[in-house]
Design a protein around this ligand. Sequence first.
Ligand code: KG4
Ligand code: ZN
Length: 341
Amino acid sequence: MTVLGIETSCDETAVAVVTADKRILAHKILSQVDTHAEFGGVVPEIAARQHISSLDHLIAATLKEAELTMADIDAVAATTGPGLVGGLMVGVMTAKALATASGKPFIAVNHLEGHALTARLTDDIAFPFLLLLTSGGHCQLLEVSGVGNYKRLGTTIDDAAGEAFDKTAKLLGLGYPGGPAVEREAAKGNPDRFKLPHPLKGKPGCDFSFSGLKTAVRRLAETCVSERGALYEDDRADLCAAFQQAVVRSLTDRVQRAVTDFRSRHGAKSYPLVIAGGVAANKAIRAALVKLATEEDMIFYAAPMELCTDNGAMIAWAGLERLLVTPTLNDMDVSARPRWP
Ligand code: KG4
Ligand code: ZN
């Protein structure tokens, strides 16, 4: 089985073709980062217009690279939500048009389910597993027991982790997207010069909170400016290092609690601990979770870097997994859903 996947929920136009035996036949991403950078964040209307002008060409180029035509495709999957409604509509309508014209089913994919199942595309991971899904819009701990069988153990009560990276970068004048910029600065800085809170650390439950952290960084930056007349390079690097360290400590504390919760239902065996979403590209976060997994006797998995951030392969794969469970699936009556838990 071969599925074409389309992703247009945010600022990446992405298309891929994936097979049931886990081969990514082609995989193309057109990032709009440069377009949105001057605005310091994604402008929904501009994003939707760029998806319109890019998507047809990208689909053609992806099929060409895979040396396939629509006759070789068994289903067309597209991100149907959650995300920016304009972009979602472009992807969904294009996918439905392609599916209708070629007589194939359309599969509506939840963007988070795409991130959640990516590890099964790149590794042989069996259910159940514990998933830390952390991106620009979401920060959740999920128990994944099967395709469509997800139990949310925790979520953010304010900002997502990626959002906190982006906002921190913006307030320190590091541009957009913030995650990679903060990580680069953090590598040069001293994480212990500034004291930051470790949100919810030690508190019951597995929820997250990051907005207080960002506010604390802002206050410290203001203090630096008032004491030294400007925010210097070392201030910026030290603030980024402290911020990243606080995120790492908060995330690992929450994940550790989730492991205990997960084990209370599944027992003491070694289970996969999977990290997905754009923030999974962060090396310090990965390293901390690898260490935690070892200590907790869990098996750490992360998708390759280019499949951690938004891409078409994760959508094609999630569509394929859903189709394998329900071979008669056709979501032609499902519309774009900007909010879809
Ligand atoms: O999954 P993704 O591509 O899109 C969403 O669905 O949100 O994640 C993008 C988010 C952005 O907030 C970005 O700043 C963050 O992931 N990110 C990172 C890193 N690379 C991307 N955060 C921390 N460190 C990174 N290296
Ligand atoms: Zn995403």
